[in-house]
Design a protein. Structure first.
Lengths: 192, 376
């Protein structure tokens, strides 16, 4: 249990002792819930958000603008943006960033899926919301070049957050503002 | 800036020691292994929050003890600041200024600068280009704020690109776009680093030449040059041109990570063609030029720490050097020597305010001066 995020050795021990005191049936129910969690929650076919259906709640929500796609590294960043309650478009979860030293190349991410969505003409704006780490920036640049041949607007969220700060640590107001005040991608980079 | 006093507890071979310094020249005299260099290193600790000689803090604790303590009082801008550095085994290093702990040690560095000359400087001449790049980078990052970060980013992008080249080779594939994104980073960062180094060397050279002429009495013609592939072509062109080679060798063969400084005597490599004394003179001049650079960058005169620098240089140069450093261009000086009276005698002749300390097996004694009016 100590391998779970946020759970140290002491907490793990406390949890185990607690479970041992409970009735067997109750512990059983608990473990079944875990198994169900693992087998039923999958990635959305379209955006790779967590979902227990092939299409997630965001992608199937007619009240949301499906032509605007915000590209994030992971589920956590998606949740951070959702928490602001200010964004009414859809997402695309990359599943990481390009980093050869970690063995992650473009084909290990959901880049093809994003290009498919664009290719089908379903998208008219792609918003980059990757972190401002070197790998986040490099991944954005890679995507930008891939998207250049399509008739799609590419923007990046305006950063009120300091360079190197990860999106999930930005406070909600800053984040909400940076989503609203997004800029054309070319203007956000030195590369022009 | 003047270090007024220093006290040590359990620092290397010192159980306890306290010293009150002269604002001008301080000589530490004693046999090998007595503890002279240790005093200089303690001063270095107060400047840089770490040892110059041993990066592992706990190894600087006296054998079989649990902690060490270095404390100093430094006069700066007419105020005396108390510095406190404590290392306990198994605990985080403590560094306080006027009883206040620093949030980040990086905030301290540069406030009380020092420049150290040691026999290890010979590595600058003998070793590979990495040592000389470090020399440049260390000075540049003291006045160019974004430099260090850009340098670290460059190295990271380089490592990413090299990993990618290895991946291509191992999997017999190639993807131009995947490579180009790292090229783009290296171009942006490499060009910045190149410009910064070029500007540094250009301003460094005249100071260096002048100092060298003073120490050597103009006896030899020396020069210093920045060697870089970026002189002829831009980073973008270099990377493009070397692409086939890079793929074969599975690493990036062009860029500022190949930069070097050429140290020349009569237009030949001093490593091969300089005598030991000439090499030493060259190194001393490099460090003194660094001193002047750091002074300009930080606005304070660093403490000058001279460790065993007299080996292999002739008496004429020693005298010239002592005259030079006791000139008020350089501030407070700390100097070690094994032979009893050679250096003190020189300074007495010059008429500097002088304190001589006899160092012996971890104890320091102020040598009582004969009252012959050497005070100015
Ligand atoms: N952690 C330590 N504890 C005790 N003695 C040490 C420690 N580290 C080094 N020493 C010893 O301290 C002595 C002083 O070294 P140093 O200051 O370099 O002498 P020198 O006077 O020749 O410059 C040496 O004999 C060295 O072995
Ligand atoms: Mg020594
Ligand atoms: Zn979805």
């Amino acid at each position: 249990m100590a391998s779970l995020p946020g759970v140290g050795k002491k907490t793990a021990l406390r949890l185990v002792l607690h479970l041992l005191k409970r009735e067997e049936e109750e512990v059983d129910r608990f473990s079944r819930a875990f198994t169900k969690l693992k087998s039923e929650i999958k990635a959305c076919d379209t955006c790779h958000n967590l979902s227990d259906h092939p299409t997630c709640e965001i992608c199937s929500n007619p009240g949301r603008n499906q032509q605007t796609v915000c590209v994030v590294e992971g589920i956590r960043e998606l949740m951070a943006i959702e928490a602001t309650d200010q964004y009414r478009g859809s997402y695309h979860v990359l599943g990481g960033v390009i980093s050869p030293m970690d063995g992650v190349g473009p084909s290990d991410l959901t880049i093809e899926g994003l290009l498919d969505r664009v290719r089908k003409g379903e998208v008219n704006e792609v918003i980059f919301a990757m972190s401002t780490t070197m790998e986040g920036e490099t991944t954005a640049f890679y995507l930008y070049k891939k998207l250049a041949s399509f008739d799609v607007q590419v923007t990046a969220i305006a950063r009120g957050v300091a360079v190197g700060d990860e999106l999930q640590y930005a406070d909600e107001i800053t984040l909400a503002r940076s989503i609203q005040q997004r800029l054309p991608y070319e203007n956000t980079t030195k590369k022009g | 800036m003047i270090l007024q006093s220093l006290s040590l507890v359990n620092f290397r071979n010192y159980e306890e020691a306290s010293l009150e310094f002269s604002p001008e020249v301080n000589c530490l005299v004693g046999d090998n292994g007595a503890g002279k260099t240790t005093i200089l290193d303690a001063i270095y600790y107060l400047s840089f929050c770490k040892s110059y000689f041993n990066a592992i803090d706990s190894q600087n604790i006296r054998y079989d003890q649990g902690f060490f303590l270095i404390q100093g009082a430094i006069l700066k801008n007419e105020e005396t600041d108390k510095l406190h550095c404590g290392v306990k085994t198994g605990q985080k290093k403590q560094f306080r200024r006027n009883d206040k702990e620093y949030g980040r040690l990086a905030d301290h560095i540069g406030k009380y600068p020092s420049v150290i000359l040691t026999p290890n400087d010979i590595d600058l001449i003998k070793e590979g280009s990495e040592v000389r790049r470090k020399f440049m980078d260390g000075i540049i990052s003291q006045y160019n704020k974004p430099y260090l970060e850009k340098l670290m980013e460059y190295n990271r992008a380089l490592s990413q690109r090299n990993n990618l080249l290895r991946y291509f080779s191992e999997n017999r594939t190639f993807d131009e776009e995947s490579l180009e994104i790292w090229d783009e980073k290296l171009i942006e960062l490499g060009s910045f680093i190149y410009e910064a180094r070029k500007a540094f060397v250009e301003t460094f050279i005249p100071g260096f030449n002048g100092l060298h002429a003073e120490v050597a009495g103009g006896a030899e013609q020396v020069s210093l040059a920045y060697e870089t592939q970026l002189d002829t072509k831009g980073m973008a062109e270099l990377l493009k041109g070397a692409r086939t080679k890079d793929r074969q060798l599975r690493r990036t063969t062009c860029g500022v990570h190949k930069d070097d400084l050429n140290f020349l005597i009569s237009d030949h490599a001093i490593r091969r063609f300089g005598s030991q004394g000439q090499q030493k003179t060259y190194l001393i001049s490099l460090r003194l030029a660094q001193f002047e650079f750091v002074e300009k960058a930080t606005g304070v005169k660093p403490m000058l720490l001279l460790d065993d620098i007299f080996d292999k240089i002739d008496d004429k140069r020693v005298a010239a050097l002592m005259r030079l450093v006791s000139d008020h261009r350089f501030g407070q000086i700390f100097i070690t020597d094994t032979s009893g009276d050679r250096i003190p005698a020189l300074f007495r002749e010059i008429g500097a305010d002088l304190k001589v300390f006899n160092v012996e097996q971890g104890s320091v004694q102020l040598q009582e001066e004969v009252a012959d009016g050497q005070e100015k």
